[in-house]
Design a binder for this molecule. Structure first.
Ligand SMILES: *Cc1c(COP(=O)(O)O)cnc(C)c1O
Length: 405
């Protein structure tokens, strides 16, 4: 998954271009920057690579979500429907604009269950925010249909699925807006960074202003810019954009390696009849940053995880059910309303109900699931070895269970 595995001369060259001029800010300094505009260049590369009209770079994926929500006009009291399985950034961004995160169950796509989304719609619902977890996608046809029926906005969190597609369209370019993260462990990295993608000019202009103190960026003198609305500082630096520019040129290579390694590992694990795999709404579009697989019961999976750890072969595998960052079960800070300052009334009212909400449908999926991160640097021998070792542990646990029964 991570682009940092292939950091090299290309990245150093792009960063050096910026260091040569010393202009590390993306706006202004037109003379001294001597034609070096890394953020502008990367935004253009994003629109060309993913096939969308506009891209706004920002300082992180979290900032991209926040910026996108703001640009979509989502604010105090508005409900945003999102999955119970995602990175914490998804609800952080919703809370930061004053809106209310409404968490719903996932299914074996590891993304929102469209039926659960339907059930969660209220008169306050403004937006559906699917999260394309672990390299693959939500059922976008179903979600677009729901948005059309209920007149809702669609914001794709594609932070983990850069380069994945759904029916030929890049994830992040299908909804009203989409977001990427370029943090250090994402498919391509800027060290830190993110982007909002959109085909809508109005949304783009709002992202452009919101991420830079509301500046309209219409004049040549930054100090004389007007501020049609209040924004914040979510700017990316030229140094970060420079790293991303070298990385985006390597994306197709990264994706090809991921797909090859994913296929090899999947073929090995497929030999165990008890293993099933994540369902992927468009199998051709999987970016293959992870191989996500299921065992028949949570009990079996727990024993497998313990055994993988005992044998020191767990590294690179993610058992999300026991993980603090990605699944509702351990989001105690969210359930306990643990913010530094007060939230607004609608946020507090909804979060107060979270601990007693039934997520058993999500539990039934996540408690049986491991996602194995696909490395770009694995050799065929290493994949074979890794696959064999995981398979051996699973067979051993299944055998034990059989004897216990
Ligand atoms: C990484 C990630 C983010 C946030 O990105 P940062 O750049 O780390 O702020 C948001 N959503 C998902 C699903 C992510 O994996």
């Amino acid at each position: 998954m991570p682009g940092f595995e292939f950091f090299g001369d290309e990245e150093r060259k792009e960063v050096n271009d910026v260091l040569e001029t010393g202009i590390m800010m993306r706006y202004g300094f037109d003379g001294p920057r001597k034609g070096v505009w890394k953020a502008v260049e990367l935004e253009k590369a994003i629109t060309e690579t993913f096939g969308c009209k506009h891209a706004q770079l920002v300082s992180s994926g979290t900032a991209a979500l926040t910026t996108a929500l703001a640009a979509l006009g989502i604010g105090a009291g508005d409900e945003v429907i999102m999955p119970s399985f995602t990175f914490v950034a998804s609800f952080e961004a919703v809370l930061s604009v004053g809106a209310v995160p409404i968490l719903v169950d996932i299914d074996e796509t590891l993304t929102v269950n469209p039926e659960a989304v339907r059930q969660a719609i209220t008169p306050k619902t403004k937006c559906i925010m699917p999260v394309h977890m672990c390299g693959s996608m939500a059922d976008m046809d179903a979600l677009q249909q729901i948005c059309a029926e209920h007149n809702l906005l669609l914001l794709e969190d594609a932070c983990q699925s850069i380069g994945a597609t759904y029916k030929g369209k890049a994830l992040g370019t299908i909804g009203d807006a989409g977001t990427f993260s370029f943090d250090f462990v994402k498919t391509i990295t800027c060290a830190e960074g993110g982007a909002v993608l959109t085909n809508n000019n109005d949304i783009y202009i709002k992202c452009d202003g919101y991420s830079d103190h509301g500046h309209d960026h219409l004049g040549v003198d930054r100090g004389a810019d007007l501020h049609p609305f209040i924004g914040y500082n979510f700017r990316i630096s030229e140094l970060h954009a420079a790293v991303g520019l070298a990385q985006i040129r390597k994306l197709s290579k990264f994706l090809a390696i991921q797909r090859k390694n994913h296929a090899q590992l999947k073929a090995i694990l497929s030999q165990i009849p008890e293993i099933t795999f994540r369902s992927v709404p468009d199998a051709h579009g999987d970016s293959c940053t992870f191989l996500s697989w299921f065992l028949p019961t949570a009990d079996i999976m727990r024993d497998v995880v313990a055994e993988l750890k005992a044998k020191s072969i767990y590294a690179g595998n993610f058992y999300w059910f026991d993980n603090n960052w990605h699944y509702i079960r351990k989001w105690h800070h969210l359930k306990n309303n643990a913010t530094l300052g007060a939230l607004n009334d609608s946020q507090m009212a909804t979060l107060a109900k979270l601990d007693s909400t039934d997520f058993s449908a999500s539990d039934a999926v996540i408690s049986r699931c491991i996602s194995t991160a696909i490395s770009l640097t694995w050799t065929e021998e290493q994949i074979q070895d890794k696959g064999n070792k995981i398979a051996a542990v699973i067979k051993q646990v299944l055998q034990q269970k059989l004897q216990e029964a």
